[in-house]
Design a protein around this ligand. Structure first.
Ligand code: NGQ
Ligand code: ZN
Length: 449
């Protein structure tokens, strides 16, 4: 099959009259400057789909439920208490239904692949399920049902703080021994084998939850796939890390783990100038989740200096409190503007569009963090793409990079989304959106009952 676009964003830039020949879920051939053939499906504006590098799908079910002021000092840590109470009773079916709803909403805004940082391994009582991948299979089912590309990142989580502190009760569903985790990785590989171009990485949760010895044992289980870890999201975490080892989390990782292009450091919010420079030079991706980081009061990532030093960035939706691909890019730039009292902070050169810069950065960094060799609208890449709605007045009179700026900053709408060549979103709505929302409704109403 073939899609034809009046204009589309290719790796070399915007082109007119673009025809994409698609086979086996991949782009087989790209032609430009041609007129539409009779049976080509016609669209106006084509851009590549983005990778969402960091999601906890189940957290979508508590979106908007942690915004009530508590007795004192609401913070990430008090939010985490609410989150632990929410996950307390979720059964596998509810996990699948909530995750599927999150994936529908991701697709509808232009994310075509998700890195699921999956840690709900045990049952509500903290006992292992008879099937070690009971819940991972539910994540895979949600991906299959919605069509989103899946990079499954099974999480190793064993401790409540630096230095191997015992886990607390709220963490009982996350825990594995090293042996159990090895089995989980093997079974996870099988659980995703039937999904189109799914892949597997590994996720030592954080330096809070994993000891240095455990980290060293987990990293090789990635077998060349991505390695994701939360790092330096909160100042308390940085302080606790310094109290434990005399070093900051990103500093410790750069010194003790071989952080390279396989790695994604999620958040990396609190870094010194030296850490920022070293992380940028490492080739790793910083997995930024600007909407969640704002929601949780994490802090502001030093994006300007990091990008100026060639640092790589991917975009994640983390808590899934609000799913919006363009909105994440907007939030990233807006935090920098508010912080520096200036504009167009993350556009790298004079005359360059901020939206285009953000988009190109997130496209390349996202693909790297989720282990995608080929990306963008080119032969060999997955046919993961998005059309912007040319009938949305937001886009009237715009062309080329102004289309991206109007999508990101002015709220322009997505029309269709294709994942592995299949149209999963039409006129802004997922093709199975109503049914998935009905399942989600039953699941979330029974959890909150
Ligand atoms: C998570 N979320 O894994 O969902 C964490 C909270 C923890 C963020 N760090 C759990 N945003 O840190 O232990
Ligand atoms: Zn996270």
């Amino acid at each position: 099959m073939a899609l034809w676009f009046e204009t589309a964003l290719l790796p070399q830039g915007w082109a007119a009259g673009v025809r994409l020949q698609i086979a086996g879920g991949r782009i087989e051939r790209v032609e430009t400057g041609i007129t539409r053939a009779a049976d080509d499906e016609r669209h106006a504006i084509g851009i590549p789909g983005l990778c969402n590098v960091h999601s906890h799908g189940f957290q979508r079910g508590m979106a908007g439920l942690a915004e009530i002021r508590g007795p004192e000092g609401d913070s990430f840590w008090t939010w985490r208490e609410v989150m632990y109470r929410f996950l307390d009773r979720l059964d596998p079916e509810q996990i699948e239904a909530i995750t599927a709803q999150a994936y529908v909403e991701m697709l509808e805004t232009g994310f075509t692949r998700v890195g699921e940082f999956h840690y709900l391994h045990r049952d509500p009582a903290g006992r292992p399920y008879a099937n070690p991948v009971e819940t991972a299979e539910r994540v895979a089912a949600a991906a299959e049902r919605t069509g989103i590309g899946l990079t499954l990142l099974p999480v190793f989580y064993a401790h409540s703080n630096f230095g191997g502190a015992a886990p607390v009760a709220g963490q009982r569903r996350f825990i594995n021994t090293m042996d159990q985790f090895g089995e989980l990785m093997e079974a996870s590989r099988k659980a995703i084998a039937g999904l189109q171009d799914a892949n597997l990485g590994v996720a030592p949760h954080s330096l809070r939850a994993v000891t240095p010895n455990e980290l060293a044992a987990i990293v090789p289980l990635a077998e060349g796939g991505p390695i994701h870890i939360h790092a330096a999201e909160q100042t308390k975490e940085v302080d606790d890390c310094v109290a434990w080892c005399g070093m900051r989390p990103v500093e410790w990782l750069l010194d003790h783990a071989e952080v390279d292009e396989h790695w994604c450091l999620v958040h990396a919010t609190h870094m010194t100038a030296v850490e920022t420079q070293r992380l940028a030079a490492s080739g790793a991706v910083a997995g930024l989740c600007p909407i969640t980081e704002a929601n949780l009061g994490d802090g502001i990532f030093p994006a300007q200096s990091y990008l100026a030093r060639g640092g790589r960035v991917g975009i994640g939706t983390d808590s899934n409190v609000l799913l919006n691909a363009a909105g994440e890019l907007r939030a990233l730039e807006y935090a920098q503007r508010l912080n520096t009292c200036s504009r167009n902070v993350l556009a790298d050169i004079v005359g360059r569009s901020t939206g285009r810069g953000l988009f190109d950065t997130a496209l390349a960094g996202g693909a790297q963090a989720l282990g995608q060799q080929a990306f963008g609208l080119c032969a060999g890449a997955a046919a993961d793409l998005v059309s912007l709605d040319a009938n949305d007045p937001t886009f009237y009179g715009r062309e080329a990079d102004a289309l991206l700026d109007s999508w990101i900053f002015a709220g322009g709408k997505v029309d269709c989304v294709w994942r592995a060549g299949r149209a999963v979103v039409r006129q802004g709505r997922h093709i199975a959106g109503d049914e998935i929302a009905a399942h989600y409704r039953r699941a979330v109403e029974s959890v909150l009952d």
